[in-house]
Design a protein around this ligand. Structure first.
Ligand SMILES: Nc1ncnc2c1ncn2[C@@H]1O[C@H](COP(=O)(O)OP(=O)(O)OP(=O)(O)O)[C@@H](O)[C@H]1O
Length: 217
């Protein structure tokens, strides 16, 4: 469960990108964050995923108040989150499999188990046959799917994405939506910032609409 109470983020310079935002996301829910460009979607995603700290308000995830935690405790908490950003930050000097292996190596898994899990993650996103490919040789949609495999390989309880279909054609965007829907179906909490009308129509009751940093619907 994710509970945000009166979250506010003021950037240096004074701009309040997120203002007094409160919501509750139950475990296993799919929730979309939408709104015009500059409404604060990315900032809210960064707050929920603990990349940014709020200026005011609190964020409780699975009963733990993250705003009260020391910075040193954050890496541990972040393991609950799988993050997918529009700019996927893939490593272009390594093959697809090695990109997905990286979080497991950081977590200290044995090589054999790590490879097994990374291949299972690639299989879930339909990329197992491309495990040896360099990301540069993959299409935009495939690169996004690779980023999803990397995000889920540590089995996060919450999958958070910022405009995951932003740069994709409608066919690739539909594939990405189905992958997120599959994770939602097996009980993963999914939070996605998106403009994509297909998603918004499908998950209509669970849409948080922002306008100038405030929740308006
Ligand atoms: N690091 C930062 N420092 C200062 N201002 C920022 C920073 N990041 C974002 N902003 C400002 O905060 C506001 C909200 O930005 P944010 O990126 O959260 O919006 P968004 O809804 O995700 O927009 P878009 O759909 O265009 O990505 C904007 O006015 C933006 O310029």
């Amino acid at each position: 469960m994710i509970e945000a109470s009166n979250l506010t983020k003021r950037y240096p310079g004074g701009l309040e990108a997120v203002r007094d935002v409160s919501f509750r996301i139950e475990a296993g829910q799919m929730v979309l964050i939408t709104g015009h460009s500059g409404a604060g979607k990315t900032t809210l995603v960064k707050l929920v995923s603990t990349i940014e700290r709020p200026t005011a308000g609190s964020l409780v995830v699975n009963g733990q108040n993250l705003t009260a935690l020391r910075r040193s405790a954050m890496p541990h908490v972040r393991r609950h989150f799988g993050l997918v950003f529009q700019d996927q930050k893939l490593l272009f000097d390594r093959c697809a499999l090695d990109n997905v292996l990286l979080p497991l190596q950081i977590a200290g898994l044995q090589r054999r188990e790590a490879v097994r899990r990374a291949q299972a993650a690639l299989d879930k996103v339909g990329l197992l046959a491309r495990e040896k490919a360099n990301p540069i040789a993959l299409s935009g949609g495939e690169q996004q799917r690779l980023a999803i495999a990397r995000a889920v390989v540590n089995r996060p309880t919450v999958l958070i994405a910022d405009e995951p279909t932003g740069n994709l054609d409608s066919e690739s965007a539909a594939e990405i939506l189905e992958i997120f829907a599959d994770f939602h179906r097996v009980g993963v909490t999914v939070v996605v910032a998106t403009h994509d009308q297909t998603w918004i129509e499908r998950y209509h009751p669970n849409v948080l609409r922002l306008d100038h940093g405030r929740v308006v619907a």
